[in-house]
Design a protein around this ligand. Sequence first.
Ligand code: NAD
Length: 351
Amino acid sequence: MSNWNTFFGPITAGESSLKFLDIWFSKNRINYSKVIILTDSNVYQSCMSIFFGELNNIGETAVIEVEAGEESKSLQILSELQLAMLDNGADRNSLLISLGGGVVSDIGGLLSSTFMRGIDHLIIPTTLLAMVDAAIGGKNGINIKGFKNLLGTFSSSKGVYIYPEFINTQADGDIISGFAEMIKHGMLSGSSLWNECLELRSMSDVKKLITKAIGVKIDIVQKDHFEKNGERVFLNLGHTVAHAIEYIQGHNVSHGNAVAAGLFIESEIAFDKGLLDKRDLKKLQVLIDKWWSRLKLANDDLLEGMFGDKKKSSNSKDYHFSLWLGPGKGARLEKVSEKEIKKAQERYDKD
Ligand SMILES: NC(=O)c1ccc[n+]([C@@H]2O[C@H](COP(=O)([O-])OP(=O)(O)OC[C@H]3O[C@@H](n4cnc5c(N)ncnc54)[C@H](O)[C@@H]3O)[C@@H](O)[C@H]2O)c1
């Protein structure tokens, strides 16, 4: 079992995490008027009976279910959920549990931090991506008109309980999406995670890397809770390009594949700028090609997608990327020109 006390709340990970959650309920259930579980249609099928099987002290609950998928991260669904909370008798003293992947924890975080100006929240991630990334660090959000996470808050939770066995029922493609974020954590960390990602032979062994990957994300977030003094922005590694790909190709591309392509292209730019060693670039590319097919980007104007993403923060024409400096060396925020982006994209297409 691993435990961390973080700025955004305690985190517990390991095979006994649900037992620890049950102990938490035995002490705290009495404080809550209602316990509402937010989940999605797939998680309801795959994880709900395991969840209830481990919890003897949770008492009476109500379950609210959203459709599985990114489309649920919308204003429409958020307002429907606020009303569903009322319909289920929730009040200021209620507890919301988000049981699901990053979609559920992102909506649940926003819902709990805004319903009646904020109620207590517990997060139980059920995908690899949510375990090592989305459930950690307090960010939540929904999408508006294709702009990812345009509306969101930073919010604390009463606890994040990570039970790795939940990923046993995940689709292979979804597990690989989580692995892309794990690689990103490995690239940034000075720990052995990078080498373990390079050496991973089968996705069935990926659970062994979860605790280390969580630790990397926590370390970074603890140094820069609200992405104000630099360090947390490094977690965007690969994501400027990934969000552009997702913006252009929509749901034809998985998040993991977009992140993998983003890590590849952005590392080419880092190499061009003399920030990254050729051997480290090659290792990353071999790793990415081992798990993902190259996307067909030749006819895509990544700049168009990037401009869409940028509209959220500024009107200037400059692009700022978190560029990788090598394993254990972290990243650096650098201005990148349109020409540099195009050149790196061409190399991804041609190689
Ligand atoms: N808040 C953050 O810091 C942060 C960080 C990274 C990503 N995100 C967000 O996370 C989201 C992606 O998360 P995700 O990859 O977990 O996607 P997801 O929540 O959509 O889950 C992927 C699919 O797996 C299903 N599923 C979930 N758990 C399952 C299980 N145990 N067994 C079988 N099926 C299961 C879901 O129903 C869904 O169909 C994106 O919206 C992204 O923006 C947020």
